[in-house]
Design a binder for this molecule. Structure first.
Ligand code: 5GP
Length: 185
């Protein structure tokens, strides 16, 4: 088994899989700032609660929340669905911080929506707290893989049905710290 991990800017190999640059950090930051502005305008006069999905969404959430200059709260939710594989299992366990969500304006912050099964389970769980509103902010989305009816209000980039890493997204826990997003060659 090839268990080497080599990070070079344009040539990345993780456990025998090759990844190539896909979205550069400059473009990512620019897009996130745009979404932050939209959210700031949409939630003026409210105190939204951002529920950040661990671990993948932490980089996206950090950049997003820094740029929303209104009072807000942050909670986290751990959704375990993937393990080390590249395919969605559809099985999800949820662990959430804070439960004071009744009557609140919630925004789920996710790294990527693939089939949509993970986020649907999260929506079911958060809806059970009876929030005032519930929206989704995702950095990436693979619309062609979507298997449920989802209304995504804030989306960074729509991408093809290929595996990506970087900017919080991992392959076998490697690659989260990459500034750019890379795609499987
Ligand atoms: P879904 O339930 O929408 O099929 O999958 C959502 C989860 O699968 C994401 O939160 C992420 O953990 C993982 N995932 C889906 N596609 C990718 C991908 O291209 N790269 C990585 N690193 N994770 C992915």
């Amino acid at each position: 088994m090839d268990n080497s991990v080599a990070f070079k800017r344009d040539n990345l190999t993780i456990l025998g899989k090759k990844f190539v640059p896909f979205i550069r950090s400059k473009e990512i930051t620019k897009r996130i700032k745009f979404i932050a502005k939209e959210i700031r305008n949409d939630y003026k006069g409210k105190i939204p609660v951002f529920v950040v999905i661990l671990k993948g969404a932490i980089f996206f959430a950090a950049e997003l929340l820094k740029n929303i200059n209104i009072p807000l709260r942050v909670e986290t939710l751990k959704a375990k669905s993937y393990g080390n594989s590249m395919q969605s299992s559809g099985k999800v366990d949820l662990f959430v911080t804070g439960e004071d969500f009744a009557g609140k304006d919630l925004i789920i912050v996710e790294d990527i929506i693939d089939t949509g099964l993970t986020i649907s389970t999260i929506i079911d769980k958060l809806s059970s707290y009876k929030p005032n509103s519930l929206e989704i902010a995702t950095l990436l989305m693979k619309p062609k893989n979507l298997r449920c009816d989802l209304r995504v209000k804030y989306c960074g980039f729509e991408i093809p049905e290929k595996f990506v890493i970087g900017y919080g997204l991992d392959f076998a826990e490697f690659g989260r710290n990459l500034k750019d997003i890379y795609i499987l060659e």
